[in-house]
Design a protein around this ligand. Structure first.
Ligand SMILES: *[C@@H]1O[C@H](CO)[C@@H](O)[C@H](O)[C@H]1NC(C)=O
Ligand SMILES: *[C@@H]1O[C@H](CO)[C@@H](O)[C@H](O)[C@H]1NC(C)=O
Ligand SMILES: *[C@@H]1O[C@H](CO)[C@@H](O)[C@H](O)[C@H]1NC(C)=O
Ligand SMILES: *[C@@H]1O[C@H](CO)[C@@H](O)[C@H](O)[C@H]1NC(C)=O
Ligand SMILES: *[C@@H]1O[C@H](CO)[C@@H](O)[C@H](O)[C@H]1NC(C)=O
Ligand SMILES: *[C@@H]1O[C@H](CO)[C@@H](O)[C@H](O)[C@H]1NC(C)=O
Ligand SMILES: *[C@@H]1O[C@H](CO)[C@@H](O)[C@H](O)[C@H]1NC(C)=O
Ligand SMILES: [Cu+2]
Length: 594
């Protein structure tokens, strides 16, 4: 396969979206998307999955900062659904955030829904299904928002030559989007049913897809076992990893034999990412749509200048490999200064739950397609030499600087725990946000719907809030959780091991100031907790309440989300928005007449 999937999807996107502008209306981007349930085989194995306008992944939604988007979902699926715009802050449009039971009613089969929002920020985002596990069934696609003229960029921290500055700006203006996904041969519904029936956390997939393509790799149990570091071996209790690279189940009762093992290799053709060496540089804007795997990415012989995280510019860092969590976006510049031929772009699942790997071809166009492998990372994402520079995402500094307030108006402590059932999780004490709540009256319509439970937290507009995530080990060990906050970004101001046994951050800073950064901490919409392996851990996110509405806060490991790991934030309860009639009961949005 020599066809670049990215260029196909960009082409289809320009066909799918229509831009209108006239004297009376602002720029409006209309993006109709028809969802269908069909057979597909992205990794060579056929299953039922979701297509968007007949494509998978969905077409790229492209617009300029400041544009208004009308994203119309035409639901031809045999079940209800909804679509969320990941990282889009939905300033003044909380009814378009796409979470059933929080901001809208589910879109019924045969129904349509018009999401309408303004692109108030530039950068790389994505849209995805937000009902049950529809993300795992393929409902996702990229969003790219071109910055307004005059937006300050960090390009001159990479190079000051006129030629490089010109080329970097061009590369950033027409990026190659690279979507990294994990993929299962089971539908999300089937996985959810099995996890409840067998009481397991079903964290075993079949492949990793790069721009929707990949292969099932079965490198054999001895090879997979050679990747297990000696300190981890005792955890296996004398057993081997399965042939899918997964942790073996202790009690496989009620689990289909091909869920955790039964690897059958495929090789249907990998993705090709093309770069024109005459352009000098290319921007690769990575999006992790993963629902199970933490991933490590690197490109043979090509260091990467990280320059944007979760859509927004950062002070550039030169790295060889980067680990990133579910839902994040990392944009990098790659200089095309190597001999012109093919190189390997490697993506390794690096969580403890599974060894799974994928690769794509990074191609210098117009050059011979020879490829001399020279990996920086192995099959499980560890370094091949001592010189490999890994991104430490705690050191990412926003550009231009944006700092949190030094004090807050309110502190919420959230206890992340298990309930005792392996498939069930909580984000605040002992109550899971049950999937059945997707059918309740949306909290945006009635913010008292869950009053008296631990499933909502309430803030006042124009205040600063600390969310202290306390990952307890008391209910058993926990992996890192990629917590995603809907609406605006937050500052990750602190981390630590052990119990957070302080009243608030101000008190903690008297005892352990080195655990906090209030000067230039990462500013993101995703927050990756530390794993609780040998002790509890904690993390603090500080954010400013500026957009009244009901917004979800949840783990982006999809089985954890459907297992209940969520709360709803009722931001700005003192100035609660009036829902326009077209987004209230019986409404499904409305296309503006322009
Ligand atoms: C480019 O020039 C600016 C301003 O003098 C300086 O701050 C920056 O470090 C320079 N960049 C590089 C890559 O040398
Ligand atoms: C683990 O795999 C090795 C090599 O394939 C095999 O010899 C050994 O018997 C396996 N151990 C168990 C407990 O299955
Ligand atoms: C595709 O990538 C896999 C690794 O994920 C590799 O084993 C396979 O050979 C590649 N296929 C082709 C056709 O290059
Ligand atoms: C990987 O990096 C670590 C830390 O720098 C180093 O100790 C280790 O030797 C490296 N691994 C290899 C295979 O070089
Ligand atoms: C966490 O949940 C477990 C039940 O799985 C319970 O025993 C434990 O007390 C809980 N931890 C805390 C700190 O509440
Ligand atoms: C607070 O937690 C830390 C780390 O877990 C522990 O060392 C310390 O003794 C605790 N302090 C109190 C007052 O419990
Ligand atoms: C909420 O606060 C933000 C930030 O101060 C402000 O811009 C916005 O107008 C406020 N919203 C309402 C409805 O008062
Ligand atoms: Cu989780």
């Amino acid at each position: 396969m020599r066809v670049s999937f990215v260029s196909i999807s960009l082409l289809a996107a320009s066909l799918a979206s229509l831009t209108f502008a006239d004297d009376d209306c602002q720029e409006i981007v209309r993006f109709p998307i028809t969802l269908t349930w069909e057979k597909g085989s992205p990794d060579g194995f056929e299953r039922d999955m979701i297509f968007m306008n007949g494509q998978f992944p969905g077409p790229t939604l492209e617009m300029n900062e400041g544009a208004t988007v009308e994203f119309t979902v035409i639901n031809q699926l045999p079940f209800e659904t909804s679509v969320h715009f990941h990282g889009i802050e939905q300033l003044g449009s909380p009814w378009s955030d796409g979470v059933p039971g929080v901001s809208q009613k589910p879109i019924p089969p045969g129904g349509t829904f018009v999401y309408k929002w303004k692109a108030t920020q530039y950068g790389t985002y994505w849209y995805h299904g937000h009902l049950a596990g529809h993300l795992e069934d393929g409902l996702f696609g990229p969003i790219h928002i071109t910055p307004a003229d005059g937006t300050p960029t960090p390009l001159n921290l990479i190079s000051n030559t006129t030629q490089d500055l010109h080329r970097l700006a061009n590369a950033a203006a027409s990026p190659q989007i690279v979507m990294l996904s994990d993929w299962s041969h089971f539908t999300s519904q089937k996985l959810h049913d099995i996890s409840i029936a067998a009481d397991i956390d079903p964290l075993c997939g079949d492949s990793i897809l790069i721009n929707g393509k990949g292969s099932v790799n079965c490198p054999g149990v001895p090879f997979l076992m050679s990747l297990v570091p000696p300190p981890v071996l005792p955890l296996l209790d004398g057993q081997n990893l399965t042939d899918k690279g997964c942790l073996p189940l202790t009690d496989p009762f009620a689990v289909p034999p091909n869920l955790f093992s039964g690897c059958v290799a495929t090789n249907p053709g990998n993705a090709t990412i093309k770069a024109d060496p005459h352009q000098g540089w290319v921007s690769l804007n990575f999006i992790s749509t993963a629902s199970l795997q933490e991933m490590v990415v690197s490109i043979d012989d090509h260091p990467m200048w990280l320059y944007a995280v979760d859509g927004r510019y950062v002070v550039p860092q030169l790295i060889d490999a980067m680990t990133f969590s579910h839902g994040s976006r990392l944009s990098v510049f790659v200089q095309l200064n190597q001999p012109a031929h093919d190189y390997t772009l490697r993506v390794a699942g690096s969580g403890n739950n599974q060894k799974v790997y994928s690769q794509a071809t990074f191609r210098y166009t117009g050059a011979p397609d020879t490829n001399i492998p020279n990996p920086s990372i192995t099959y499980d994402g560890t370094n091949t030499t001592a010189n490999v520079r890994f991104l430490d995402d705690k050191t990412v500094v926003p550009y231009p600087p944006v700092a949190p307030a030094s004090t807050v108006d309110q502190t919420y402590k959230l206890l992340l725990n298990r309930t005792g059932a392996a498939w069930q999780w909580t984000l605040n004490n002992d109550t899971p946000f049950s999937e059945s709540l997707e059918d309740q009256t949306p909290l945006l319509w009635d913010p008292n719907e869950l009053a008296g439970t631990s499933l909502t937290i309430t803030t006042k507009n124009n205040t600063w809030v600390d969310l202290i995530f306390m990952v307890t080990i008391s209910g058993g060990g926990q992996p890192s959780h990629p917590i995603h906050k809907h609406s605006n970004k937050g500052h990750i101001i602190g981390y630590g091991d052990g119990e957070f046994n302080y009243t608030d951050v101000a008190e903690a800073m008297q005892y352990i100031p080195a655990n906090f950064n209030l000067v230039n901490p990462p500013y993101k919409d995703g927050y990756y907790t530390l794993a609780a392996a040998t002790s509890s851990t904690w993390m603090v996110v500080r954010y400013f309440v500026q957009n009244p509405g009901a917004f979800f806060l949840h783990c982006h490991i999809n089985p954890h989300l459907t297992g209940g790991m969520a709360v709803a934030i009722l931001d700005g309860i003192d100035v609660w928005p009036t829902v326009p009639p077209e987004y209230g009961p019986g409404g499904n949005g409305q296309i503006s007449t322009c």
